[in-house]
Design a binder for this molecule. Structure first.
Ligand code: NDP
Length: 306
């Protein structure tokens, strides 16, 4: 039996894994992939120690750091997803999608979150037919065309900047009256003459033939309905926490995020901790996820060794 199972291979999980190994806790880190959400970023400029690093390179470096500690103390279960956790007398029994069963005295979930889907008329019909959730994967297919980005956070603004390298024009449609992305990013992205940012919008529908041809939206303040012709729509409207396997074990909030004690990252179950984007933390940054996971690890260590 392991002391600890860490779920997730993003910045939080990897930070916890390194600390767990250094503290000689017998740990198994289970992850489907590496790097978390930041892997799709072409240029991360706020991971301290690197003026700029792309998401894939950061993921590689994080993985390398964890593998440096792989030993009889630290096992790594790669390419697998946790499907259930059962609490039994003095232990947790974790089952993965391949049917592996792994037991531990404590759990740290750093399982992050999944992309939120756009729920408007035409969104499902045109997914992969012009509507996509990955600017870095699909952007180059829209060379010389008019594209739209939906969202107003850092992901949307960064996607718009990437798309501007290929597209004829990029229109960002943000739901509320202000952009959520860092002001320095908003200023830089909107200074590009081919990028236009429109706030206070409501998406009505997406239309097309074989592929997307237009998006219709409303300017909420005036009620004006606008049909905008475009070939590509990039959806960047945030994420939903990956907490399904925790729902019967710990308290979640109305957004299905794990409620944690911000001093310790402990959940409502005294041997389950959570850190990073699966929690109810207000601020979501790579550095914060990593720091929260380290705080969790310190607390786990003191509980396990008490
Ligand atoms: P955010 O939660 O920051 O932003 C989501 C955006 O989508 C908001 O503009 C929101 O609008 C909009 N939105 C949400 N739901 C809908 C909907 N149903 N219809 C239309 N619009 C909707 O998500 P991000 O993915 O951008 O970022 C997640 C976290 O990761 C953030 O903390 C961000 O700072 C961080 N990040 C940091 C990066 C960096 O520092 N380099 C890069 C990328 C992400 P509204 O404002 O109206 O709610």
């Amino acid at each position: 039996m392991y002391d600890l199972i860490i779920i997730g291979g993003g910045p939080a999980g990897i930070s916890a894994g390194v600390y767990a190994a250094r503290k000689r806790l017998k740990t198994n880190l289970i992850t489907f992939d590496w790097g978390g959400q930041s892997i799709v970023s072409t240029g991360i400029q706020n991971w301290i120690g690197f003026v700029e690093i792309n998401g894939e390179d950061l993921a590689k470096k994080l993985k390398e750091h964890l593998y440096a500690y792989k030993s009889d103390i630290l096992d790594i279960t790669e390419g697998e997803k946790v499907v259930s956790i059962k609490k039994e007398e003095g232990k947790y029994v974790v089952t993965t999608d391949s049917g592996k069963v792994i037991e531990s005295k404590a759990i740290l979930s750093t399982a992050g979150s999944n992309r939120k889907k756009l729920k408007v008329e035409g969104a499902d019909t045109y997914e992969h037919k012009g509507l996509t959730y990955c600017a870095s994967c699909d952007g180059p297919m829209f060379g010389g065309q008019d594209v739209v980005v939906i969202g107003g956070g850092n992901s949307a603004l960064e996607s718009a900047a990437q798309l501007a390298a290929y597209a004829k024009s990029v229109t960002i449609l943000q739901r509320s009256d202000v952009f959520r992305a860092d002001p320095i990013t908003v200023e830089k992205v909107l200074s590009n003459p081919i990028i236009k940012g429109i706030t206070g919008t409501e998406i009505i529908k997406i239309e097309g033939e074989q592929f997307v041809t237009s998006i219709t939206y409303k300017i909420v303040a005036t009620g004006e309905i606008i049909k905008h012709n475009c070939a590509g729509i990039f959806v960047e409207i945030g994420h939903e926490p990956n907490t399904i396997f925790l729902k019967d074990l710990v308290n979640l909030n109305e957004n299905n995020e794990v409620i944690v004690n911000p001093k310790t990252q402990q959940t409502s179950d005294n041997m389950i901790w959570a850190a990073g984007d699966c929690t109810d933390a207000i601020y979501r940054q790579i550095g914060i996820a990593s720091g929260d996971a380290i705080r969790a690890l310190e607390d786990i260590y003191s509980k396990l060794k008490a």
